[in-house]
Design a protein around this ligand. Structure first.
Ligand SMILES: C[S@@+](CC[C@H](N)C(=O)[O-])C[C@H]1O[C@@H](n2cnc3c(N)ncnc32)[C@H](O)[C@@H]1O
Length: 262
């Protein structure tokens, strides 16, 4: 589908971009997004929206680079190591007290580092646990990388060295995740803001995804996550993402960045 031809203002631009990309930028904070869009346009020699939209329509490489720029998919295995320690020491034992198998979801999983970290944590520290992990993201290109499972050294800055040895094979293209981990994770294309969620999750990680969402979009998303959790299930947020003022959702803080459904 071609973009609508005239998009002189930011509002016109986001209206024209939505049907083509599936990304409705009205859910994202305008100031930050507009700045990101204009900086991308400028660095690619574009100054006005209509001409930029035409270029996005005809140049797939430019479109992919722009989508990637908007969705910001930086990730790492075991990002914020202290929180993964809390997950291992307190949260997973708490969940396993009441249920086994566990159903886990990494929402906004980028190239798979987070859902694979969940799978490795369970394999390594809870060998008798049964579980499945879903990873979902809006960006099809990161999902292709996630399914391939090939990583570079800088993805492992927070990874205990023994994990690298045990769960990856060093190849001439990088570190390949082993099939024993890969087969436990499935990946799905999904827009968190508009798509339907499965239910009955024991654990949902949604970290470093909502940074540019409007407050209304965040609240709507956290409400959808609460519905998707089983009672007693836990939501894991990013290290700058507190759910202050969202008590009405029925989530209680059990540790910093971990919220349990009542
Ligand atoms: C910074 S990465 C975070 C990856 C991982 N959760 C972490 O903390 O390392 C943010 C991811 O959220 C995804 N994302 C942004 N908006 C989204 C949406 N509306 N629906 C689904 N995924 C989205 C991006 O494509 C990107 O891969």
């Amino acid at each position: 589908m071609a973009f609508a031809p005239i998009a002189n203002t930011y509002e016109d631009f986001i209206k024209a971009f939505h049907p083509k990309s599936g990304l409705d930028l009205k859910f994202y904070k305008q100031n930050q997004m507009q700045r990101r869009i204009l900086s991308f346009m400028n660095s690619h020699g574009h100054t006005v929206f209509p001409e930029f939209l035409k270029a996005l329509d005809t140049d797939r490489v430019l479109y992919d680079a722009f989508f990637k720029h908007l969705t910001i998919n930086v990730s790492q295995f075991f990002r914020d190591a202290n929180q993964w320690k809390t997950l291992k020491d307190s949260i997973i034992p708490l969940l396993l007290q009441s249920k086994n198998p566990l159903k886990l979801w990494s929402a906004g999983c980028s190239s798979g580092q987070e859902p694979y970290s969940l799978a490795m944590t369970l394999l390594e520290y809870f060998p008798s646990a049964k579980f499945t992990v879903i990873g979902s993201d809006i960006d099809v290109n990161v999902l292709t990388q996630a399914k391939e499972g090939l990583y570079k050294q800088n993805d492992f800055a927070s990874t205990p060295p023994e994990f690298l040895q045990k769960y990856f094979t060093l190849t001439d293209k990088g570190y390949q995740i082993k099939d024993s981990v890969k087969r436990l994770v499935t990946f799905q294309h999904q827009n968190l803001l508009t798509d339907h969620f499965q239910s009955g999750f024991d654990f949902i990680a949604c970290r470093n995804v909502v940074i540019y969402f409007t407050d209304e979009a965040k609240e709507m998303l956290y409400s959808k996550f609460t519905d998707a959790l089983r009672p007693g299930g836990v939501l894991f947020t990013g290290s700058t993402e507190h759910l202050f003022g969202m008590k009405h959702l029925g989530l209680k803080s059990v540790s910093s960045f971990f919220y349990q459904k009542q």
